[in-house]
Design a protein around this ligand. Structure first.
Ligand code: OGA
Ligand code: NI
Length: 346
């Protein structure tokens, strides 16, 4: 079966097919912080770009704390129009609604193919299938878009430009929060260069007959420096915080941002990538849209010298983003297993 969406539309399911039984996620749902004693950090983007140095520096401190404590935060007052966000969700839905034969040209191909859609994570090797369909598009340095639905390309281009600008601005603030020059990360990692890499990922999680037994996306960390995510109003994202899963309830019109593995490598472990997962529900289709922001594919990334005390203090091996993506895509998605391969044993 090529997609979960087709599966639920073709038969009336009363129970979960056995190849989707992930295990009982109910027990660990008890770990959820229902009333988190700490709330998810909120970053007011307009203050980060403010000309008032006091406001800006206060926000940079908040941003640094968010990266240290959570690896995850919500961004408000970001200036991306709500209409653009809504259109992006609608066009994504229309893509998933295309007939199977219209999507097939993008199915089951290789990691660096410009456009790829499919199901699960790595359906060839996943022992248990995930309750998730996806569309992945490499949108920078070369912009790509499916020719259908007709309106997708324009909206996608604009959405990806806006999120790229947001990522650069956040990385300026993050550089400063580390005591580095504002332009440090963007310059050293070529994030603002014409070769920087951006991957658009849309996830669709159809209603599931036994959501407690299935998994949308298992616990994992993201590969890049930052991921910027939004969703269609249906909850499902959970973030690991202090050993517990926290269900994320985003403020209206906010973006969710998390630090990725390349941030952890670059900062020599000071800002760790955050483990998160997506659970599913039995009522509504959930759509989430993420953009992963990384360096140019062939730029080697290793811990910033400024953040490593001495030669013996380097905690991770350097790697190019390309090799890292290949490593992650060669297996099933599992926690921080890719990053673990780059750790120096100390
Ligand atoms: C991802 C991801 C979370 C979500 O695409 O890497 O973690 O809420 N998505 O769908
Ligand atoms: Ni993720």
């Amino acid at each position: 079966m090529f997609s979960v969406k087709e599966l639920v539309e073709s038969v009336s399911l009363t129970s979960l097919p056995s190849n989707y039984i992930f295990g009982n996620t109910e027990s660990d749902r008890h770990c959820l912080l229902m009333e988190p004693e700490e709330t998810v950090p909120i970053i007011d983007f307009s203050l980060l770009t403010s000309h008032d140095p006091h406001q800006r520096s206060k926000t940079i401190t908040q941003l640094g704390n968010a990266c240290l404590d959570w690896g995850f935060f919500m961004v408000i007052n970001h200036g991306v129009a709500e209409t653009l966000r809504d259109e992006m969700v609608r066009e994504t839905e229309s893509f998933f609604d295309l007939r199977g034969d219209e999507k097939k040209q993008y199915a089951g191909k290789k990691l660096f193919d410009p456009i790829r859609c499919g199901t699960s994570f790595n359906a060839n090797v996943d022992k248990t299938l995930l309750w998730r369909d996806y569309l992945k598009i490499h949108v920078h340095p070369h912009f790509n878009a499916p020719s259908k639905p007709y309106g997708l390309s324009k909206v996608l281009r604009e959405y990806c430009e806006k999120t790229r600008e947001m990522a650069s601005e956040l990385l300026r603030g993050i550089s400063e929060s580390l005591g580095l020059e504002e332009r440090y990360i963007n310059e050293k990692l070529g994030v603002e260069s014409s070769e920087s890499h951006q991957l658009f990922v849309a996830n669709m999680y159809p209603p599931c007959p036994q959501p407690e037994l299935a998994m949308g996306l298992p616990p994992h960390s993201d590969h890049g420096l930052l991921t910027i995510l939004m969703q269609n109003g249906i909850q499902g994202l959970q973030v690991m915080h202090k050993g517990k899963w926290v269900l994320i309830n985003p403020l209206p019109n906010s973006f969710l941002v998390n630090t990725g593995d390349h941030m952890e490598i670059l900062t020599n472990g000071k800002y760790k990538s955050v483990v998160h997962r997506a659970v599913v529900n039995n009522k509504s289709t959930r759509i989430s849209i993420g953009t992963a922001h990384g360096p140019p594919l062939d730029t080697p990334v290793s811990p910033a010298k400024e953040l490593v005390a001495d030669d013996a203090g380097q905690a991770y091996l350097g790697i190019t983003y390309r090799n890292y993506l290949e490593l992650q895509q060669s297996k099933s998605l599992s926690g921080k297993s890719c990053l673990d391969r780059l750790r120096f044993s100390m």
